[in-house]
Design a protein around this ligand. Structure first.
Ligand code: AMP
Length: 408
């Protein structure tokens, strides 16, 4: 398997776009050395109080904007990028390609793809599976087509890496006709992040990416686990949508599906209300009745809040359950990786997680574990399972994938 990092040192400036329904996040990379030339965010597009941030040359600029559309946001961004004083390029022709984060590629995409009309039609086809993200992602692509005519756009799907899963992992045991009619199956998300940290870990540990066995834990506001063997996904914890799996900031993770019909009957809730409850009002927030944020949960635990302690224990329990299962499904593992806001920063949480991994022969180096937000081995040298903090960089991965596609 080719390492995702083989495309390094290509002379190309790549703009990475993550377009939300009312926001546009951007990063401009110089892929010659993978440095960030500038980055920022336009928020509240089409709403009152539109705001733009622009970071370059070690400085951060912030300003209100009078715009209504994503294409207008792009014009403001490019004006900053080419500004004689605070800009980072002389002309837009220096941008060689644009990479877009797209949430759901359904069954059509197992790789990043150069955008054409057929690709846009597929992204549109999967609006039904990613109703909040896919329309916004497509909007970002169309805004770029308008603002950067002739510059190639590449769609990098959150689901693509997981398309290597086998049916034993992705099929749901419900009547086959729903898979055939609606493509109801497990897709998995955070694929760009899991692929990035897998590749980085192979480099770091000098493992052959075609043979390595790795459990990747992306723990943030949204969390997912991924078991990867030889660059192929054996299983991942999110499902048809990002709702499944671990206990998350506001998402429930796994529940007995009968909970849905029971609550619909008891509370007279509509499908949309149940969906909002499980996605936005559950997880840390729902159980603690306090916050969706791990820092707040840990503070509340320190203050003796029993509900915060309970949901933290639920988070650990579910995570341990999945790690154990993935260790067996992989037939052992070379390493376990921690990434995402919690995985990279919360060393106290990593202490608790690794304690539960003692039966796998994983032992923590307490001193090494004090690291925060940087790549480091946190297990002891004699640990049977190597534990690593591996900061993710989805934007850089999208830029690398974009270079790879354009090089073809
Ligand atoms: P993300 O979605 O990847 O940005 O991660 C957000 C989550 O990371 C939130 O639950 C934060 O509370 C958590 N987080 C970020 N920094 C820390 C930290 N220093 N300690 C504990 N949790 C953290």
């Amino acid at each position: 398997m080719l390492s995702p990092f083989h495309s390094r040192r290509i002379q190309l400036k790549v703009l990475v776009i993550n377009s939300g329904s009312s926001s546009l996040k951007y990063t401009l990379f110089d892929m010659a050395d993978e440095s960030v030339l500038c980055k920022g965010l336009v928020e509240r597009i089409g709403l009152e109080g539109t705001n733009m941030t622009y970071q370059a040359h070690g400085q951060k600029f912030e300003a209100p904007l009078d715009i209504k559309k994503h294409s207008e946001a792009l014009k403001s961004i490019t004006a900053k990028m080419t500004d004689p004083e605070i800009g980072v390029i002389k002309s837009l022709s220096e941008i060689g390609a644009i990479g877009h984060r797209v949430l759901h590629g359904g069954m059509d995409f197992s790789e990043p793809t150069l955008v054409d009309d057929a690709v846009k039609a597929s992204i549109r086809k999967y609006f039904v599976l990613g109703p909040l993200h896919n329309p916004a992602n497509l909007g970002g692509i169309e805004a770029c087509e308008e603002s950067f005519p002739g510059i190639p756009n590449v769609a990098v799907f959150d689901t693509a890496f997981h398309m290597s899963m086998g049916p034993e992992a992705y099929m749901y045991a419900i009547p086959r006709k729903y898979y055939e009619k609606y493509a109801v199956r497990k897709y998995g998300f955070h694929g760009t992040s899991h692929k990035y940290v897998y590749g980085k870990a192979c480099e770091y540990l000098k493992l052959d990416p075609a043979k390595a066995k790795i459990i990747s834990c992306h723990l943030g506001n949204g969390s997912s686990l991924c078991a990867v063997k030889g660059g192929k996904v054996v299983d991942t914890s999110m499902g048809l949508t990002p709702l499944a799996g671990l206990v998350m900031g506001t998402r429930s993770g796994d529940v007995d599906a009968a909970v849905v019909t029971f609550l619909q009957q008891q509370e007279g809730l509509s499908a949309a209300e149940i969906d909002t409850m499980l996605n936005k009002k559950s997880g840390f927030l729902g159980v603690s009745e306090r916050s969706s944020d791990m820092r707040d949960i840990r503070q509340a635990m320190a203050d003796g809040d029993p509900k915060a302690t309970e949901v933290y224990k639920m988070f650990l329990h579910r995570l341990t359950h999945y790690i154990g299962a993935y260790y067996l499904l992989l037939g052992g593992a070379d390493a376990i990786l921690f990434t995402g806001g919690i995985g990279e920063n919360s060393y106290e949480t990593r202490v608790d997680i690794v304690k539960n991994l003692a039966p796998l022969g994983c032992t923590l180096d307490e001193q090494a574990n004090a690291c925060r937000g940087k790549m480091c081995t946190i297990s002891t040298p004699d640990s049977k399972l190597t534990a690593i903090v591996m900061p993710t960089n989805e934007e850089l991965m999208i830029a690398m994938e974009t270079v790879k596609i354009c090089a073809k």
